[in-house]
Design a protein around this ligand. Structure first.
Ligand SMILES: [Fe+2]
Length: 201
C-alpha cells in the first residue's frame, strides 16, 4: 500500500489571540495535532510491510494498526476543522449557514443550545455535520477522535471537548469553555465550506 506523508497545517496567527482561550493552551493543543499527523504517517508506513496473512480479529498487527490509524486520522481531521474555524468574532452568523441552521434547528439559538448540550454530553467532540442522505444538518456526539462519525456526512463545526482543549484556561468548567468557543467562531470560514461543498439550501 503506497502512501504519501502529510505535514501539519500551519496555525493561523489569529489562533494565538483568541478571546478567553489562551495562547499557551492553543500552542499545547497544536502540538497534540502535530502528534496525530506524525502518528498517521508512522502507522501508514508500518502498514506497508505488515504481515497481511497474520490478520486476526482478536489481536494482530494489522488490526492494531488499522484501529489506531482511525484514531490518528480522526485526530488530524477533527483538529483541522477546529483550528480552521476559530479566530473569528463569533456572534450571529450571516450567509448560507444562517439559513441552514434556521431551517434544520428552528433558529441559530436553538442550534447553539443543542450543540452546547451535545458538547456537555460528549467525552471528546461535538460536531455539526451535514448528512447528505437526509439532506440536513445534525449535531452529533463523539467520545474520541474515531467515535462516532456518521457516514456520508460533512462536518462544518467541530467542538473539541477533550479536557486538553480547556483545562488550562477553565479547569473543569467546560460550559464556559464552550461559550468561549462560540465567541471565537469564524462564520466566514464556515460559509466558505458551505459554498465549497455545495451544501444545498
Ligand atoms: Fe484536541
Amino acid at each position: 500500500m503506497a502512501f504519501e506523508e502529510i505535514t501539519p497545517r500551519e496555525l493561523k496567527p489569529e489562533l494565538l489571540q483568541l478571546d478567553g482561550i489562551s495562547r499557551e493552551s492553543v500552542e499545547a493543543h497544536y502540538k497534540l495535532y502535530q502528534g496525530y499527523v506524525n502518528k498517521r504517517n508512522e502507522i501508514l508506513g508500518k502498514l506497508e510491510s505488515v504481515d497481511l496473512a497474520a490478520a486476526n480479529q482478536v489481536y494482530s498487527e494489522v488490526r492494531a494498526l488499522k484501529v489506531e490509524l482511525s484514531f490518528a486520522v480522526g485526530g488530524v481531521k477533527n483538529h483541522e476543522v477546529y483550528f480552521e474555524h476559530l479566530g473569528g468574532d463569533g456572534g450571529e452568523p450571516g450567509g448560507l449557514i444562517a439559513g441552514l441552521l434556521e431551517r434544520d434547528f428552528g433558529s441559530v439559538e436553538l442550534w447553539r443550545r443543542d450543540l452546547k448540550a451535545t458538547g456537555m454530553a460528549g467525552r471528546g467532540w461535538a460536531w455539526t455535520a451535514y448528512d447528505w442522505d437526509e439532506g440536513r444538518l445534525y449535531n452529533v456526539v463523539g467520545d474520541a477522535q474515531n467515535t462516532y462519525p456518521i457516514w456520508n456526512a460533512t462536518p462544518l463545526v467541530a467542538l473539541d471537548v477533550y479536557e486538553h482543549a480547556y483545562f488550562m484556561d477553565f479547569g473543569t468548567d467546560r460550559a464556559s469553555y464552550i461559550d468561549a468557543f462560540f465567541a471565537n467562531l469564524d462564520w466566514s470560514t464556515i460559509n466558505d465550506w458551505v459554498s465549497k461543498y455545495q451544501i444545498p439550501k
